[in-house]
Design a protein around this ligand. Sequence first.
Ligand code: T5A
Length: 218
Amino acid sequence: MSALPLHPRFVSLEGGEGAGKTTVLAALRAALEAAGDEAAGSEIVVTREPGGTPLAEKIRALLLHPGEEALAAETELMLMFAARAQHVRATILPALERGAWVLCDRFTDSSYAYQGGGRGLDAAFIDVLEQRVVGLRPGLTLLLDLDVAQGRARIESRDPHPDRIERERGAFFERVRQAFLARAAAEPRRFRVIDASRTVDEVVAEAVARLRAFAGAA
Ligand code: T5A
């Protein structure tokens, strides 16, 4: 497969459950706003996956709260990519074409980690979907790496009602974590791995510094 283009204004946050992506995203937006027009341009779009458009948010609800029927791994994968196809075309590409920055809470790396690493689906199949359905990668991916038990403890203290994926076993999330780390090792130009076990302030400070360095170099 040919390499996909890395977009210089497209930034994703990745990591396991409770790694702190949502917390960090707010700080990244503030950092870009503070940088002003010179480095940041005038518009910053913050979005998430699965989701990011009204239709893709409906698919997210199906994925996380499908009801009684067990979701096959392949169904899960295709729904993730159905949501992503819509998100890329309706939100991400139009924003990038306007010159906006796009900050995205999870993107295709999550499919490689959760459906590939976690569920054991063939990475080559995910690669075909990425090539055909997505067609681009972020220029910068910040991977918040955290011990699985620590991440789960954070989630449990925040919300006692886990969604369908949060109810998976520890071994599933260990495979997800290793899959993320393997992707980061394979693509050092795009990924920055951040130790997310530290305090919020420390994690945010490193993430903002990584984004500033990337934006400054763009
Ligand atoms: N998925 C997604 C796939 O399987 N395949 C895919 O292709 C895609 C795109 C999405 C689910 O879908 C799966 C992955 C997910 O299971 P989600 O609700 O978006 O569901 O799940 P998460 O992305 O995991 O979001 P969470 O909100 O659960 O985790 P975050 O955003 O990483 O963490 P955050 O910032 O909300 O923080 C969690 C708690 O920890 C605290 C926060 O205050 C909060 O209470 N916290 C810290 N505490 C101490 N120290 C720190 N450094 C802290 N940082 C945050």
